[in-house]
Write a new protein. Structure first.
Length: 245
């Protein structure tokens, strides 16, 4: 782990925007920004874990003023190097507890990042922090996966999600503690390198209770950014909690 930037230090930041497909697909990014812009209206948006600006920049291009919080200076440096990146305010700090000035129409946390908070207490703090930044009627949006425990046969705690000749990746689950980790093995020039990232998986109902503790109430929940119905077969969800007016 990079001591200053957590698990998203210079090495990760240098190639983060090279990813393609899924949440990095331009169409998905555009749909996400449209969703958030609709909630922001004429107000401001606060991105928790703003990173390299994958969502913040297209959202700002839609006329929404965006401020971000992030621990990783390396990731934020990539944001600053992009067109329009200098116009987005960023506060360096832990997005679960760091406060910024002013209030916002929408706060959001995307791409499973709520799970980067590896304790229930930190996840609860994150909801309280988001709620404290919202104006009355404002919304907190979280995009996160559904834990893939249905893929675990009895006695197994590993779910592979990538295999290839030069690398593979897998998640390890602890169903007693809700701790998990994503583990990456990469082979370069015949040498293998191993990199784990810890998470805490969380269920939709648990997130609803965290929202309630923060004074928020569920407004809507979808399978994704295009507002498909959320069902028992959904592999992820986009949930919107509202601060009472």
């Amino acid at each position: 782990m990079d001591d200053q930037d957590g698990y998203f230090g210079e090495r990760v930041a240098a190639t983060y925007d090279d990813s393609s497909g899924g949440p990095f697909d331009p169409g998905v990014i555009g749909t996400t920004a449209d969703f958030l812009a609709g909630l922001a209206g004429d107000g401001r948006a606060l991105e928790l874990a703003i990173g390299t600006g994958r969502i913040a920049l297209p959202l700002s291009h839609r006329g929404v003023p965006v401020h971000g919080i992030d621990m990783s200076r390396a990731m934020v440096a990539r944001l600053r190097g992009k067109p329009g990146g200098d116009a987005i305010g960023v506060t360096i700090g832990d997005f679960a507890t760091t406060r910024v000035d002013g209030t916002f129409s929408v706060a959001y946390l995307v791409f499973n990042t709520i799970m980067n908070l590896t304790t229930q207490a930190a996840q609860v703090d994150c909801f309280r922090n988001a709620a404290a930044h919202l104006e009355p009627g404002g919304c907190f949006v979280v995009e996160v996966m559904i834990p893939e425990l249905r893929k675990l046969p009895p006695g197994q705690n590993v779910v592979p999600f990538h295999t290839g000749p030069t690398g593979w990746a897998y998640d390890i689950y602890d169903v007693a503690t809700q701790e998990m980790s994503s583990n990456y093995v990469e082979v370069v020039d015949g040498r293998g390198e191993y990199r784990p990232i810890p998470f805490r998986y969380v269920w939709p109902s648990e997130l609803d209770l965290m929202a309630q503790l923060a004074g928020l109430r569920l407004r809507e929940r979808w399978d994704g950014w295009t507002r498909e119905p959320f069902t028992g077969e959904s592999r992820q969800h986009v949930s919107v909690w509202e601060k009472p007016a």
